[in-house]
Design a protein. Structure first.
Length: 313
């Protein structure tokens, strides 16, 4: 069977999203009944509903999600405030809702099962559909636009940095040449375009290519950096953050931030200058928490999930 025949039929009546590391995340947040908590990636609401169960009447949940589909999952609960925005605007919208400090922040950085299983969103290699990949349908940049307009150098760097694609330079050159002959608007067309340069395991290769496109379309690394930096001001002393990552690029950023309170890892080596770094975060988990064998059996998408928990000091 050829690679292009591996397109699956569109699924129906699937659960919106199975939250990964559910119990571990809620436990890590150490939820206070009257606290204010932020779910930066509400999605199907699995983690958010878990937070609500642990809140009393005075508690509050601020739920962010840039995907319009997520609004359908907001529970009718007066304690919930939904913000239909990217979490990179965290502090701005908290202020808008008269919140200056919170007791905890959760961010599940994975693409939801719903987004992967909706062929028309273009996130998955398994279904045909538009080569889209926008988390926020209000923005104009799509994966198809990137494939059609980015320079060879831009494509090379994108696939190299965001997908760690082994032959990223060859892939970029091939796309630039191939697009002179064909326009790519769908997943099937894109897979056909690059089929001759796929290396190794086709599914793994395509997953890396799609990851790179998705990260670029949604400016995911920039958004994550912006959100993390705001945590220094937003989280109350003693409050906690629980962040779930799904690939090494995200995890490196989160690890560096929790260690340094920022991303400037360079230190002036002048021997006459004394550096006193005031710690901002205390690691609750020295090593990232990963899925148990039982969870891996029930939800294969949890296999790459890493949870890091830290407390504001």
């Amino acid at each position: 069977m050829s690679d292009l025949q591996n397109i699956e039929p569109q699924p129906s009546h699937l659960e919106y999203h199975v939250p990964v590391l559910y119990a571990e995340t809620l436990d890590g947040l150490n939820i206070q009944a009257d606290g204010v908590y932020v779910d930066c990636t509400f999605g199907g609401g699995g983690h958010g509903r878990g937070i609500l169960k642990n809140l009393g009447e005075a508690g509050r949940l601020i739920a962010f999600d840039q995907d319009a589909d997520a609004v359908k999952n907001i529970p009718e609960d007066s304690r919930v405030t939904f913000v239909p925005q990217n979490f990179r605007h965290l502090q701005r919208f908290l202020r808008l809702h008269k919140v200056s400090k919170v007791n905890g922040v959760l961010a599940d950085l994975g693409v939801s099962s719903h987004q992967f299983d909706e062929g028309e969103r273009g996130f998955s290699i398994r279904f045909d559909g538009p080569l889209d990949m926008r988390m926020d349908q209000r923005q104009s940049l799509t994966a198809a636009t990137i494939v059609a307009t980015y320079s060879e150098l831009q494509l090379h760097k994108m696939f190299e940095h965001f997908g760690e694609v082994s032959n990223s330079k060859t892939l970029a050159k091939h796309i630039v040449e191939a697009r002179k002959q064909m326009q790519v608007q769908t997943i099937l067309q894109f897979r056909a375009m690059i089929s001759s340069v796929v290396k190794g395991n086709p599914n793994k290769y395509l997953a890396q290519v799609f990851q790179a496109l998705r990260i670029e379309v949604n400016a995911e690394m920039e958004a994550l950096k912006e959100m993390l930096l705001q945590l220094n001001d937003v989280v109350e002393v003693g409050g906690r953050v629980a962040i779930i990552t799904f690939h090494s690029l995200e995890d490196r950023l989160v690890k560096l931030f929790l260690k340094n309170g920022g991303f400037d890892d360079e230190v002036d080596d002048n021997p006459f200058v004394q550096h006193t770094k005031v710690p901002r975060w205390k690691l609750v988990t020295k090593k990232p928490i990963t899925a148990t064998a039982d969870e891996l059996k029930k939800n294969t998408r949890s296999r790459s999930a890493k949870l890091r928990v830290a407390e504001r000091v």
